[in-house]
Design a protein around this ligand. Sequence first.
Ligand code: URP
Ligand code: ZN
Ligand code: ZN
Ligand code: ZN
Length: 470
Amino acid sequence: MRTLITNGTVLSSTGATPADVLVDGDTIAAVAAPGFFTSGTDQRPDEVFDAVFDATGKYVMPGGIDAHTHMEMPFGGTFSADTFETGTRAAAWGGTTTIIDFAVQPKGGSLLSTLDSWHEKADGDCAIDYGFHMIVSDVNDTTLKEMDSCVEAGVSSFKMFMAYPGVFYSTDGEILRAMDKAAEIGGTIAMHAENGIAIDQLVAKALADGKTEPHQHGLTRPPELEGEATSRAITLAGVTGAPLYIVHLSAAQALSAVAEARDTGQNVFAETCPQYLYLSIEDLAAPDFEGAKYVASPPLREKHHQPDLWRGLRTNDLSVVSTDHCPFCFKDQKELGRGDFTKIPNGMPGVEHRIDLLHQGVVAGEISLARWVEACATTPARMFGLYPRKGVIAPGADADIVIYDPAAHQTISAETHHMAVDYSAYEGMSLTGRCETVFSRGSVVVDRGTYLGSAGHGRFLARDLCQYLN
Ligand code: URP
Ligand code: ZN
Ligand code: ZN
Ligand code: ZN
């Protein structure tokens, strides 16, 4: 099967250039000057190729990589509402062709059996390619040994929590031990950096004062406690030499800590998420318990953090944008927390709209086209050992390609989105730009409003180590 994508503007992490792209089977065969593949023949392109896509006026960009999703994730007795099937389908609609999800080690469980059970959930169900990070919630001799086997199995990054005492939380000593191991084997530690011990005190005080509404979720997790935990994680990583990746960074205080560490040459990286760029703690204060829709950790911040985050994206102190897609329906799931905000399942849906939402940053002049592609595709590929198979339009790369119409208009709504969740955090937001055609390994998954993908097309990606280390 040979497919020609012609007359488009090919985007990369370094810029934009008019070019034609030839896809042969699963991979990109060649990228050449416009007209190159059709010159010197009297035949029409559709006689020469199996399929031809005219991308006049469109971007031709690498498929997005969402390095932070939670499909079917257990939380507080319930599960995030997207399965690997529905979640990867929604991702594809939004131009994301790879996800990296999190396998969650239960306390007392082994990493390898955890990995097996996440394969059971995902294998055969995904519409697009997928990999796993491993959440380490129980640091002990066995777990530490198993980290080697995880890396060998293509799971080269380990998430740990300074938040959620009693659930996923690790002490500084446990973190230090896991970081020591990560440094030895070249694995990356991905950190949820919030001071959970201090937060628990603020939460207990709020509840004792009868403050139970969703807004309290934000008020009891102040940005200073994300800044403190981020600094501490950086210190521990510095002591051990482990590469550190701060997940879902939301606060200016945390960004300053990351920037300072990067200035000294430490292997510290960070991602932010669209919700921190566009939504704020005011959304958590919505009446009638509607604020529960916006409960995620770290919480949405005051608006004044947002210009700092955009600046961080420009300066590469924030190098990746992921979604932390962790969808819980409002009905029956978020509602578990009526009368007690601590019972609201933490997380927000977003896997479908990351690329479109970040495109608004291009439209508004916050980031360049190249930076958009870099933060959504190229850097996550390099960060998590998938480059150059993913994250770039180049010969030999997987043909994960998005034809993007920058002039299209759409309005986000739960009525029309494809995620298995009964609300949208961005309901009514109008956007400029939309994915027109999405290819996963050469197969058309979405084309002009029609879904053509299939569960099971997506394959597990055994990942290499981080490709940015000093
Ligand atoms: O609230 C959130 N972010 N839920 C998902 C789990 C996590 O901490 O990333
Ligand atoms: Zn987290
Ligand atoms: Zn503030
Ligand atoms: Zn998460």
